[in-house]
Ligand binder design. Structure first.
Ligand SMILES: O=C(O)c1ccccc1N[C@@H]1O[C@H](COP(=O)(O)O)[C@@H](O)[C@H]1O
Length: 201
């Protein structure tokens, strides 16, 4: 089924205004980066204040890099965030140990990598020396013969190029730097345009 609407996650939320605007524009999910080396880092305390003010039916996702199960569980429980996005090498067993729902990230170097965790919903991003939010893109040709129905595509997406990905049947898309005015601050027009183009409003 390749014609259904794409789910959209707006990632790197650092303030309530950006969060509410993304939801107003139709975002399905919001991402909070709990990686203190990121320019989009948000403390659990600040994230909780935002999450507490969100309207119903918006999924909240915490991003974690090289953290243990206990830390991830503690932060998700404290902030009331429902899903953990795991940006580092994990095995199935570690994913199953987490109390919240999980979204493993597959960092792709070559086309074979895309099949990792293919029975799970997973986020697929470019492999890079730094973790995430780099604006680098994957070669879409690599997805031509892949079942993309459980893949959330990330990496270098923008309001301008989002149309190109629609024919592959991805479950969803995730964007961070492509809808920013400066690192850590969303550009309202770009967010609106990205979601409208992704969902065909
Ligand atoms: O955004 C970050 O700073 C970040 C830090 C650590 C891990 C992941 C991060 N962001 C994620 O990276 C991808 C791609 O982002 P972009 O659209 O290319 O800027 C996306 O999942 C972000 O949420």
């Amino acid at each position: 089924m390749k014609n259904r609407k794409l789910r959209v996650k707006i990632c790197g939320i650092t303030n309530l205004r950006d969060a509410l605007h993304a939801v107003e524009c139709g975002a399905d999910a919001l991402g909070f980066v709990f990686y203190n080396q990121s320019p989009r880092y948000i403390s659990p305390e600040a994230a909780k204040k935002i999450v507490d003010k969100l309207p119903p039916f918006v999924e909240t996702v915490g991003l974690f890099v090289n953290e243990g199960v206990e830390t991830i569980d503690t932060i998700c429980k404290y902030t009331d965030i429902s899903r953990a996005q795991i940006h580092f090498e994990v095995d199935e067993e570690s994913l199953d140990q987490l109390n919240e729902q999980v979204l493993p990230v597959v960092r792709v170097k070559s086309p074979e990598d895309i099949k990792k965790f293919d029975h799970r919903y997973r986020l697929v991003d470019v492999h890079s020396d730094v973790y995430g939010g780099t604006g680098e893109r994957l070669n879409l040709e690599w997805f031509k013969d892949v079942d993309c129905s459980k893949i959330i595509l990330a990496g270098g997406l923008t309001p301008e190029n989002i149309q190109e990905v629609k024919k592959y049947g991805f479950y969803g898309v995730d964007v961070s730097s492509g809808v920013e005015s400066i690192k850590g601050k969303k550009d309202p027009k770009k967010v609106e345009q990205f979601i409208a183009n992704a969902k065909g409003f």
